[in-house]
Design a protein around this ligand. Structure first.
Ligand SMILES: NC(=O)c1ccc[n+]([C@@H]2O[C@H](COP(=O)([O-])OP(=O)(O)OC[C@H]3O[C@@H](n4cnc5c(N)ncnc54)[C@H](OP(=O)(O)O)[C@@H]3O)[C@@H](O)[C@H]2O)c1
Length: 276
């Protein structure tokens, strides 16, 4: 069931609030603020990416903003996500601080980074940020189906996205289904396993079969599940390689061979070990 319609070319999804989101975004977790981050984002924009995923906790919003300004690409053509660090108190105030660091008037998507202190308390502040026009869409990250359900039961503005760890090795089937049933789009983070899954023989076997790289196979797997996918790289050539996942198709057998690597038991949980 595709609750978030996929564009004909597969390159964007429509969120429950009607906003469009590009299906591929550059992630910048663990990219140091400064030239490394500015370069990665600038290259991505040059290479056609139109979606950047940052967070207050990544400490690199200033570089993301600088790269966007330097790129010459119009603000409205680029989808910018940041995330509320739930170590803070007020998501609306923190959104304003993010906007200042980014040098922007609004972000496209603002997520509660993880449900520290429970899934509910931050949401009124997220709704305030949305109401003030500081975030065009609001959502969550690292929420299980149960956490999402309790939030949906009380939210005035429903979350439109849940960003979670997903790959063939973390194929959280019940979480995917639970989000789809509730019209919450799923963003796949760590789609390459923070690099770990790139050396998997199972991935390599599929890559050999289809004549693509392991990274492209992993990203294609997510796209074929209608997920929004967020690979990170600081190397121009890899950023380019990772964008080339729209012009081939994995067979049902390839998809199944990859899904067989799942180590989560198809869970509806977002994380195995909470870090908060
Ligand atoms: N919401 C959350 O709690 C959360 C948590 C984790 C991640 N995320 C988001 O998801 C994004 C991606 O996840 P991730 O950072 O864990 O990692 P990832 O995208 O799964 O993997 C990145 C790693 O793979 C390497 N790599 C990338 N493309 C490659 C290629 N084509 N060939 C060979 N190596 C390649 C990168 O190295 P180089 O950089 O050296 O090229 C890096 O070491 C994050 O940046 C962040 O935006 C969100």
């Amino acid at each position: 069931m595709a609750s978030n319609p996929v564009a004909a070319d597969g390159r964007s999804r429509t969120l429950a609030d009607g906003n469009q989101i590009p299906a591929l975004g550059l992630g910048v977790w663990q990219v140091p603020d400064g030239p490394e981050c500015v370069n990665a984002v600038r290259w991505a924009l040059e290479l056609g990416y139109r979606h950047i995923d940052t967070a207050q906790a990544y400490d690199n919003e200033e570089s993301v903003g600088r790269a966007l300004r330097d790129s010459g690409v119009a603000r409205e053509e680029v989808y910018i996500t940041t995330k509320f660090n739930p170590g803070g108190k007020d998501p609306a105030a923190e959104a304003e601080h993010s906007l200042k660091r980014l040098g922007l008037d609004y972000v496209d998507l603002y997520l509660v980074h993880w449900p520290q202190g429970g899934p509910l308390w931050a949401w009124p502040g997220m709704e305030r940020a949305h109401g003030r026009g500081h975030a065009r869409s609001i959502g969550v990250s690292n929420f299980s189906v149960a956490e999402l359900q309790s939030l949906l039961a009380t939210a005035g503005v429903a979350p439109v996205a849940n960003q979670v760890q997903l790959s063939p090795f973390e194929y959280r089937r019940a979480l995917i289904e639970g989000c789809q049933q509730r019209n919450v789009a799923i963003e796949a983070y760590s789609p390459l396993g923070t690099g770990r899954h790139l050396s998997s023989p199972a991935v390599d076997a599929v890559a050999q079969r289809v004549g693509r790289t392991p990274a492209q196979v992993l990203l294609r797997w997510s796209l074929q599940h209608d997920l929004i996918v967020l690979p990170k790289s600081t190397h121009r050539q890899r950023i380019e390689e990772n964008a080339q996942a729209f012009d081939f198709v994995l067979s049902d057998q390839d998809m199944a061979d990859l899904a067989a690597r799942d180590g989560t038991g198809g869970t509806d949980l977002a994380v195995e070990h909470k870090w908060w």
